[in-house]
Ligand binder design. Structure first.
Ligand code: MRU
Length: 338
């Protein structure tokens, strides 16, 4: 990739500030837990795997801020409260927490915790690349993919899931082009997906969310591929709001609909998507765009950040273990066994 999503430096966690893309490619350093929490809440760093990696480094930042294990514990609690839907945040923090006492007993908690955070970071890159290589088998030379939100290098530790599949197909010599839904309200598709694909020389066409049904009916799309923030045991998948209606449109037009996600985005403790907590975000994101008011202030707004696509609308789920096709039950059960 021609940019770094996040990296550890001696001053703290460096991230590309995704709030400023595509206008400015600016890197910022987060050196307090409050800064890490704020960056996650305001989507300076975002995307399920990247949130998990950032939170892991957030624990190292906390250990640098104070030598007290209680301080680090309470910082972890703050990190857990940043965003509720992506399960990667909790999986990563659980792993950090399981090593906390050993880290403090070692006499060098900062370096001990840093090693675990780096392991989570590098492991995420490796598994995203592996799942992308599996997914690339589904694409043929000349295909066009429609995606929603940003499930690319920016949303992970640097390779991507849905866009990772595109990158892996291109790396294997196939010519692939992409349609990107703009993804209201925060425009991750227009701002981020289009930016990173263009930066990597992949032909991309941005459409408004309400044009997806039309491009599917016009036969312009061979596959829809999206990421996920949390996948339940039955295959129901939470992803950016607007993914569910896209799955209905894909089904209506007989276009395969794939969800690409690492096992760290699966929550085998819940049976169905009905149990996935859906983040509700500020009404400001709807009535004001880049500082300009676009709706009357004296009306109501409703802003769920994610929706759940029922497993029945998903053609296949792609993970580092391979490709799960319908019926999902037995294969997802195998994937749930570590
Ligand atoms: O609110 P965001 O931008 O964090 O939402 C991100 C998504 O919905 C992604 O599609 C998902 O996290 C998968 S990232 C590989």
């Amino acid at each position: 990739m021609k940019f770094n999503t996040l990296k550890w430096t001696e001053n703290g966690l460096e991230i590309i500030d995704q709030r400023l893309l595509p206008i400015h490619e600016k890197y910022i350093i987060l050196s307090t837990t409050d800064e890490v929490c704020q960056a996650i809440k305001t989507l300076a760093v975002r995307g399920a795997p990247a949130i998990g990696v950032a939170a892991s480094y957030g624990v190292v930042v906390a250990a640098k801020e104070s030598t007290s294990i209680d301080f680090v514990r309470s910082s972890m609690k703050k990190l857990r409260l940043t965003r509720p839907t992506a399960v990667n945040l909790f999986t990563a923090l659980d792993k950090m927490e399981s090593q906390l006492e050993t880290a403090f007993d070692s006499g060098d908690p900062i370096n001990f915790l840093l090693c675990i955070a780096q392991e989570i970071h590098h492991e995420d890159y490796r598994i995203c690349k592996n799942l992308s290589i599996h997914g690339a088998e589904l694409l043929s030379d000349g295909d066009t993919v429609l995606t929603h939100c940003n499930a690319g290098a920016l949303a992970t530790s640097g390779y991507g899931t849905a866009l990772g599949v595109v990158y892996a197909a291109v790396e294997s010599g196939k010519k692939i082009s992409v349609f990107a839904d703009e993804t209201r309200p925060l425009l991750q598709g227009a701002r981020l997906t289009a930016w990173e694909l263009a930066k990597n020389d992949i032909y991309v066409t941005v459409i408004c969310d309400n044009m997806a049904a039309t491009v599917l009916r016009e036969g312009k799309i061979d596959h829809v591929i999206v990421g996920a923030d949390r996948i339940a045991s039955n295959g129901d998948a939470a992803n950016k709001i607007g993914t569910y209606p896209l799955s209905i449109c894909a089904k209506e037009h007989n276009v395969p609909f794939y969800v690409a996600a690492p096992l760290t985005s699966f929550d085998f403790s819940i049976a169905t998507g009905a149990k996935i907590p859906i983040e509700q975000r500020s009404e400001m994101e709807i009535h004001t765009i880049f500082g300009m008011q676009v709706a009357p202030a004296n009306v109501s707004f409703y802003n769920p950040a994610f929706d759940v696509t029922p497993f029945s609308n998903i053609t296949a789920i792609i993970s580092e273990k391979g490709i799960a096709r319908q019926p999902f039950n037995s294969i997802l059960k195998q994937w749930s066994i570590k």
